[in-house]
Design a protein around this ligand. Sequence first.
Ligand code: ATP
Ligand code: MG
Length: 390
Amino acid sequence: MTSKVSLICATPEHREQVVRQFASLPGAEITVHVGGARTLLSVLQKDQPDVLLLDLPEPDDTDFELIDAATQRVTGVLVLMVSNDASMATLKRAMRAGVRDVLSGPLSAETLMVALDYLRDARANTSRFGETMGEVHAFIPAKGGCGATFLATNLGYVLAKSSRRVLLIDLNLYFGDAATYLTDRKAPANVVDLARQARRLDSALLGASVLKVRENLSVVVAPELPYQLEEVTADSVAALIALARTEYDFVLLDVGRAMDPATVKALDVADRITLVVEQSLPALKNARRMVQVFDGLGYGREKVRVVLNSFAKSNLIRPEDVEKATGLPVARQIPSSDAAVRTAINQGDPLPRLTPKDPVAKALVQWAKELSPVTVKSERSWFATWAGGL
Ligand SMILES: Nc1ncnc2c1ncn2[C@@H]1O[C@H](COP(=O)(O)OP(=O)(O)OP(=O)(O)O)[C@@H](O)[C@H]1O
Ligand SMILES: [Mg+2]
């Protein structure tokens, strides 16, 4: 498949060099422009490329505002920045503006190869769903407190109860508390420990490091104190998830909203992203922004599922409003059940175990059933099979 690549060079001289260098590159159709962030929108609209490289040796605030505006208008293109400033601050700023990554300049044949690799990865990630290996589902709240951790942990519990091997990885590196939603026991190791050992990570080490909550359900916990987080790199997270896929039927990622490289990598390799939304204006606004970020990251629309949590019919914000804001269908509604959810979280015990008849428990059972249909013949109904003994 030929990939359409657009380049925006900083100066006409640079354009000449680039044209000479990239005269022919198999598998890529390259269009070269001169300009800066100001030309991004028109190039995106005119070329409709698969990937765009923007050469900005020294980006400033105006550049980021222009990039942000352009990536909001034209979604679904992988935008990469090439810059002399590859600092973490610039990377974060760029990602917030919808850029997938910042590659160190100057723009060269090597940079272009990296860009094509990104494109290949993005395409592979959106078409991988359905392989025989474990499925990776990332849960991310549109806004803090929407319920991503509650849903990931409690859905994990229901899946495990039905004999699916489940691993939950807590990637909220600063204040991760997913394990406490399920148990008060302490883990032998945490995600930073595993990231530091990424090179010698194997199934034995993973098995010895996870917190076993109950049969079929384990958690890789977040660190108690945010220490040595720099070891949690995109590569080490990718290695951990890749191994987990081979050991578990479901790998559930509790992902924070900080779009650092490790988080973006986790979202990249996930088969599905569950964007957890609630009926509030800030959540809707953030959800819209996040869907734009996902578009910018090159994720297909199939990959992102919007789940409306704490749903109450009486709320003036309706599911249609969520759909309008995100441009995606609401894949699932989880009802509101204040007392039952609060009790479960405060006791560190899954809700479907404490109150199996609660509407939230039933919604989780239905969700698990759809993710992994029961194939074993049973005299009991599917609901009893799923809910029985919870
Ligand atoms: N279905 C629900 N019904 C009622 N309350 C809910 C429901 N789901 C979650 N909550 C409430 O929302 C609160 C936040 O949930 P949770 O910790 O899962 O959020 P989060 O999205 O992971 O946020 P954070 O950004 O803090 O990680 C919980 O304390 C719980 O009381
Ligand atoms: Mg959380």
